[in-house]
Design a protein around this ligand. Structure first.
Ligand SMILES: [Zn+2]
Length: 446
């Protein structure tokens, strides 16, 4: 508990400064600086087809113009980046990350060690590394959906990024997350021992609303709610997940959060908890392992987003002959089917990985091939990680697109991601806010 408190106090001091700041308002490149980025192909995040041989003019932190290469002289004084045969895409968006989580590898102590033995300063230091890892892999925006017991640490990391002290993506942060008694880790300890919890636990609509108010007051851009917790396979072989908040508790949170013009992300696997998430007005369903046809129809009707996080469930599966192992294998089976049905039905889907649930040393882009395996086209998967992600974040036209007026967040990869999606694992050029963060492509020109 001491560790959580320490960090909370520290970050509380800076939270208020940060609150008024727009998540998209990272420090701008010099407003008079003009750049031209040119490449063989452009996938702009919204168009159905790539465009060939484009030039993108960047003024300060924004995209000023996009046109066919060679049809206009570059603006006077422009710095030209010719990326040759590369493909340019918008900076990618991961709508489900945990920079304060460093994998849950059992041999490394799993989840619990991070809350019980890692000092707050160590967790913050590793979160800084995680943020840089996201940016260097081309994820220029993340929605980080809770700190797993590290209090309001995400608010401070976001502020340090926005002020230019450390490199990292634009962050939309969810702070502590909300669940109920019996609804979150740590668990399995002697009842006499008080252990820290990875989320703020509430019981009843009054406590639910109060928790949302506290989190919003301290800088949450989103509220994250856990609507299911434990899961197992029952005697009939069906996946069951324990519901947590009641509809009344969730409605109090959603009502409060929407009043602040913010949104609510709900972790929900299936069954009763997922139904309550939909009935209570969640804006995005996280994971959605097993959606019924009726629930898919309800999501389409209500405009509820799905952030599937397919790849993470292939990590750290327990041995196959154990109840946990049976559960782990069942999860990936139902998840693929559910995702496929959601894609076909036209549910709004944004890319999310749960990275942090698997180590930050692994490629975030491993989610793309899973999305394609279960029914998306490569272009749909890329758009889920660009324009659609931006839409979920309320930043349509500003993020996730290469078009005039958008923030100059660009990446480039060698080759064609529509032919081989795995090239997104090797991002060769990253620009955020009109500043080049990294480039292994040799720029040509003046
Ligand atoms: Zn998660």
């Amino acid at each position: 508990m001491r560790l959580t408190l320490c960090l909370s106090v520290l970050v509380l001091c800076v939270a208020r400064l940060c609150f008024a700041q727009d998540s998209a308002a990272a420090p701008a490149a010099n407003a008079t600086h003009i750049m031209v980025v040119r490449a063989r192909a452009l996938i702009d995040g919204t168009s159905a087809q790539p465009e060939q041989n484009r030039e993108i003019v960047i003024r300060g932190d924004r995209i000023a113009d996009v046109y066919a290469a060679g049809t206009r002289p570059p603006p006077a004084g422009a710095e030209v980046f010719d990326l040759g045969s590369a493909t340019i895409l918008p900076g990618l968006i991961d709508c489900h990350t945990h920079i304060f989580l460093q994998g849950e590898v059992p041999a490394a102590g799993g989840y619990d060690v991070q809350l019980l033995k890692f000092p707050a300063s160590y967790r913050a230091a590793r979160a800084v590394v995680a943020a840089r890892r996201a940016l260097e892999q081309g994820f220029t925006t993340i929605r980080d959906v809770e700190t797993e017991g590290a209090g309001y640490g995400d608010v401070g990391i976001k502020q340090a990024i926005n002020e230019g002290y450390i490199p990292g993506p634009r962050m939309f942060v969810a702070t502590r997350a909300i669940s109920t008694t019996g609804g979150y880790n740590l668990e399995g300890y002697a009842p006499e021992i008080v252990v820290p919890k990875g989320a703020q636990l509430i019981d009843g609509p009054v406590e639910a609303r109060k928790a949302a108010r506290e989190q919003l007051d301290n800088g949450a851009d989103w509220i994250k709610v856990y609507m299911t917790h434990r899961s197992w396979v029952d005697e009939q072989g069906a996946l069951v997940s324990q519901p947590t908040l009641t509809v009344e508790e969730l409605r109090a949170i959603v009502d409060e959060t929407h009043g602040w013009r913010k949104k609510v992300a709900c972790h929900a696997y299936n069954g009763i908890g997922l139904q309550r998430a939909l009935d209570g007005g969640c804006d995005s369903i996280e994971h959605g392992l097993e959606l019924t046809d009726a629930q898919i129809a309800q999501m389409v009707k209500q405009g509820t987003w799905l952030v599937p996080t397919l790849a993470v469930y292939y990590h750290d599966q327990e041995p196959p002959d154990t109840p946990g192992g049976v559960r782990d294998r069942k999860r990936v089976v139902v998840h693929g089917v559910s995702f496929q049905k959601a894609v076909r039905a036209g549910v709004k889907i944004a890319f999310g990985t749960d990275v942090g649930g698997f180590p930050w040393s692994e490629p975030i882009a491993q989610e793309f091939p899973r999305m394609i395996e279960f029914g998306m086209t490569p272009m749909q998967a890329i758009q889920a990680a660009s324009a659609r992600g931006a839409e979920l974040l309320g930043k349509r036209g500003e993020l996730g697109t290469v078009a005039p007026g958008a923030y100059a967040d660009l990446i480039a990869v060698a080759g064609d991601p529509l032919a081989d999606i795995s090239v997104l694992k090797n991002v060769a050029f990253v620009m955020k806010n009109g500043s080049v963060f990294s480039s292994t492509l040799r720029p040509a020109g003046n």
